[in-house]
Ligand binder design. Structure first.
Ligand code: HEC
Length: 155
């Protein structure tokens, strides 16, 4: 378990340290940590995948970096809580995640688009292995969130 957690941690580690501070969970009085269902974590991953995409399309690179960190965190939650998920299906996402991160740093829209496409293939590769091939992820076509402005905000 330690080795698994370590490998996943290294692959999915986000460099955005401030998020960790902002997201320290409350200690529950019962002592039982709430473990979300895998499908629920996946729905969050889906939302973040879409938001990541639209942030990149809007060239809102700060938001894209934030959504990427959120996506990494959710993937790592899935991998840590659900040890039945094949480690290699998680670690192979390390490369597209790094490419997305590099594209964001370089503010390179084309590289960003191809890296998110590569990430989506990685999502589907695991779904296929897990007999969930019917959950087919693709580049989103329409913005699902009319209540969020994805454009960079003036400072
Ligand atoms: C390591 C394996 C793995 C990876 C990687 C993975 N998934 Fe999943 N995903 C699953 C499994 C297993 C399920 C089925 C969960 C269940 O049965 O509740 C699932 C289910 C889903 C669902 C359906 C949830 C629902 O309730 O409708 C969505 C959406 C989803 N994944 C999105 C993604 C996206 C987007 C990515 C990539 C960014 C991704 N997944 C990467 C294993 C994975």
């Amino acid at each position: 378990m330690i080795r698994r957690g370590w490998i996943i941690g290294v692959v999915l580690a986000s460099s955005v340290v401030s998020l960790a501070t902002a997201q320290s969970p409350n200690t529950r009085s019962s002592g039982d940590a709430y473990v979300p269902r895998l499908g629920d974590i996946m729905n969050l991953i889906q939302v973040r995948h879409a938001k990541l995409w639209f942030a990149g399309q809007a060239k809102n690179w700060d938001l894209a970096a934030y959504e990427l960190a959120q996506l990494r965190q959710s993937l790592s939650d899935a991998a840590i809580f659900y040890s039945g998920l094949p480690v290699t299906n998680v670690t192979t996402l390390g490369q597209p995640l790094q490419s997305i991160s590099d594209a964001i740093a370089a503010k390179d829209g084309r590289r960003f688009a191809s890296a998110v496409t590569e990430l989506s293939s990685g999502c589907n590769a695991c779904h296929a292995t897990m007999d969930r091939g019917y959950v087919a992820i693709r580049i989103p076509t329409e913005k699902p969130f009319g209540n969020q402005d994805f454009r960079p905000q003036g400072r």
